[in-house]
Design a protein. Structure first.
Length: 319
């Protein structure tokens, strides 16, 4: 409809060609400017959807910049066409209206700054795995615009986060870790060991461990000369677990690999295992982490150790 109104004066016959003089009217020029700005914004939004599907972040950036340029052009054009000057009676009204618009669209303005910041520093791309703890967001980025970032969470829900929130608050981008461009994904698990089972190894236990060492290839990573009488079983176990993790095909020795004791608590002595699993994919990571935890629990018995477990008392059945 707007396009028809604009083009009608140019399509009229010469007999009534004087109507073409409408093009010199301010309202007509403003209508023409609004049409072109509206077309530019519509085209940029359509291209943004296409670039989102094709995962072309550079194209999205240029589309958002063109939208801002179009809005700014319309505002400047309005001031020029309406001939709003400092001594004009409309100057104060324009100033008040501009202040109100700035207040209403403050989130949009913040989103513009955040969008430019994120794109210039390559902190956010489509298909990146991000976590935003404040908004309980954990999933893949599916759409990026000037004001919002749409994320498909791992629980199949959809979250829309303001772009400004990613700039003002902290968020975590795990994409490089998933792509294998880091040392891996960190696992950190604590196991509370029952200190009542800590004791120096006896001669019989040494022989049993050496016999197990010869038949179970998992124990080969522990040097046999370290299995000797009088060594604290907890110390030997910690040494074994460290060597076992060093030889694990999915565990990186960088940036660090730790098997350490933490501060004593009333239930026992916590042992912490910190390692980086090279496969950062969520399913592979959880699988390998679970296998490591299971092995930690299984191998405790080899050294005469056990995890602490609070005793439960059952009430005797009433006769």
């Amino acid at each position: 409809m707007m396009l028809i109104l604009v083009l009608v004066p140019w399509l009229l016959p010469d007999a009534i060609g004087d109507i073409r003089m409408l093009v010199h009217k301010p309202w007509y020029l403003l209508l023409l400017l609004t049409l072109f700005v509206w077309l530019a914004i519509s085209m940029c939004r359509t291209l943004t959807n296409i670039f989102n599907l094709r995962k072309k972040e550079a194209g999205i950036t240029w589309c958002q910049i063109l939208i801002l340029f179009a809005v700014g052009t319309w505002f400047l054009g309005f001031l020029v066409i309406a001939n709003i000057q400092k001594d004009s009676r409309y100057y104060l009204a324009i100033g008040i209206a501009g202040s109100m618009l700035a207040w209403v669209f403050q989130d949009t303005i913040k989103g513009v700054v955040a969008f430019i910041h994120l794109r210039q520093r390559h902190l956010l791309c489509i298909d990146d795995w991000i976590q935003v703890p404040k908004y309980n967001v954990d999933g893949e980025v599916k759409r990026v615009t000037l004001t919002t970032v749409t994320v498909c969470n791992w629980d199949t829900t959809i979250s829309s986060v303001p772009t400004s929130a990613l700039h003002a608050d902290s968020f975590i981008n795990l994409q490089k870790m998933v792509e294998g461009k880091t040392y891996g994904r960190q696992m950190s698990k604590s196991f509370i060991l029952d200190t009542s089972r800590f004791h120096p190894l006896s001669a019989i236990e040494v022989e049993q461990l050496k016999a197990l060492h010869r038949v179970d290839e998992r124990l080969w990573c522990l040097p046999e000369d370290k299995i000797k009488e009088g060594v604290l079983n907890a110390t030997l176990y910690r040494t074994y677990l460290f060597h076992w993790l060093m030889n694990h095909p999915y565990v990186s020795q960088q940036p660090f690999l730790l098997v350490r004791w933490k501060d004593q608590i009333e239930f026992g002595l916590p042992m912490e295992v910190c390692a980086f699993i090279t496969d950062g994919n969520i399913s592979s990571f959880e699988w390998q982490q679970s296998l490591i935890v299971e092995h930690v629990v299984e191998s405790l018995d080899w050294f005469g150790l056990q995890l602490y477990q609070k005793k439960t008392y059952k009430k005797e059945a009433v006769q």
